[in-house]
Design a protein around this ligand. Structure first.
Ligand code: GLN
Length: 185
């Protein structure tokens, strides 16, 4: 299985390490040439969504990425990656997100919670994180909630978390994503 990891900015290396640990081969997407390789899935990492959007656009990657996701390429967006998937950005997922939702003081924290289909006591690291204010379509199901806010969702082959599973030593969310790709979940 070959997984494209958007490597323009942010926490992409940690995703690559997690994918290797699970026996898959990641490759970095830094320009259009990289994108044209065959792939089974895509990871949109955390970082800064405004910067990532600008670079995607400047590099001519925005439309090819959007189109591939719309045509069914499995994608996993974490934090800024989740913002990219939301209705105000690539708009492939029917979610409305609030950026920097936890405010400056509480911007970073760690907790554990249940993620539907993934398990209990899943570690969740939030860094200047967004949350999902609203799920806009019945096609999209929320998977986890923290303090009354939705922090993970799935819409067909798209998975999004407001937190950073790649920064914790628990591969269950990445394993879940790989099983989405192979059609097992
Ligand atoms: N605050 C960032 C944004 O709005 C997201 C932070 C992150 O990815 N850790 O894009």
């Amino acid at each position: 299985m070959r997984i494209a990891v958007l490597a323009l900015q942010g926490a992409f290396i940690e995703h690559e390490q997690m994918l290797r640990r699970l026996g898959t081969e990641p490759f970095e997407v830094r320009q259009l040439n990289d994108w044209q390789q065959s792939k089974d899935g895509l990871i949109l990492p955390g970082g800064e969504s405004t910067v990532q959007m600008r670079l995607l656009s400047q590099l001519g990657l925005l439309e090819p990425v959007r189109q591939a996701i719309q045509e069914g390429l499995p994608v996993f967006g974490t934090c800024a990656g989740m913002i990219l998937l939301s209705e105000s950005h690539l708009a492939t997922m029917a979610i409305r997100v609030r950026r920097n939702a936890y405010g400056r003081q509480l911007g970073s924290f760690h907790t554990c919670g249940t993620v539907s289909g993934v398990g209990t006591e899943v570690p969740m690291t939030f860094i200047r994180a967004p949350y999902i204010e609203e799920v806009l379509s019945p096609c999209c199901e929320w998977l986890a909630e923290v303090d009354g806010h939705i922090v993970a969702a799935r819409q067909h082959r798209q998975l999004a978390t407001a937190f950073h599973p790649e920064l914790d030593d628990d591969p269950r969310l990445h394993r879940y994503f790989l099983s989405m790709i192979s059609g097992k979940t």
